[in-house]
Design a protein around this ligand. Structure first.
Ligand code: ITT
Length: 213
């Protein structure tokens, strides 16, 4: 069996593939449907955007679709970049440019920084508390039912990037309880504590209980 995730983000695809393989499900993404146009993400919340992505693609293909809208909310930036996380450095930005903008904006505040200990005994300069958010919507075009879930993960933005796992803002997202950045956590570990992992577990619960809209 397969499940279609309406995303063109390769990092998300890797994480969903890992999560769904445990359930014997194969993941397809919009990389397998190059003719589906990009859905404009003009919602004010992660859930609105996830719903729009899931419904648009599901109605076009007439099959159930899962969509993920996610991002980073940074306390000292009043919740930015939020729903603009993917476009923080502009429409044609990439992870590297987004991370550079994030660190520059925080350094420009010249706010007090804090020291955090890393697992190898090194110290990291913490610039602000932050939260990852992931909104998931599964939409079934046959019943017009949708199932939603939101997961969060708390951390600290650190100045120096560390780690090679993950994607996006992971190298700058320090998880205090692990004394590592999200990019230093193996995929299975990230899934256990991440916003996406939490949202997925909640979604599965709601699906099995039939709690949809
Ligand atoms: P799709 O809309 O095609 O799914 P996208 O990359 O545009 O892909 P979003 O609009 O949801 O997805 O933007 C998510 C942004 O937040 C993007 O910049 C990601 O790098 C970042 N992000 C989301 N989840 C993350 C995670 O687990 N670790 C690091 N960064 C993450």
């Amino acid at each position: 069996d397969t499940i279609l995730v309406a995303t063109r983000n390769a990092g998300k695809v890797r994480e969903f593939t890992l999560a769904f393989s445990a359930l014997g499900l194969q993941v397809k993404s919009l990389a397998d449907y190059p003719l589906i146009p990009d859905v404009e993400e003009d919602g004010e919340t992660f859930l609105e955007n996830a719903f729009k992505k899931a419904m648009t693609v599901a109605e076009a293909l007439r099959i159930p679709v899962l969509a993920d809208d996610s991002g980073l909310a940074v306390e000292r930036l009043n919740g930015e970049p939020g729903v603009y996380s993917a476009r923080y450095a502009g429409e044609h930005g990439n992870d590297e440019a987004n991370n550079a903008r994030l660190i520059n904006n925080l350094q420009a505040l010249k706010a007090d920084s804090e020291q955090y200990v890393l697992a190898d005994g090194e110290e990291a300069v913490g610039l602000s508390a932050a939260q990852f958010v992931c909104a998931l919507v599964l939409y079934d075009p046959n019943t017009k039912q949708s199932y939603e879930a939101v997961g969060t993960c708390d951390g600290v933005i650190v100045e120096q990037p560390r780690g090679n796992y993950g994607f996006g803002y992971d190298p700058h997202f320090y998880v205090p309880s692990y004394e590592r950045t999200m990019a230093e956590l193996a995929p299975e570990e990230k899934q256990r504590i991440s916003h996406r992992g939490e949202a997925l577990r909640l979604l599965m619960q709601r699906l099995s209980l039939g709690v949809g809209h």
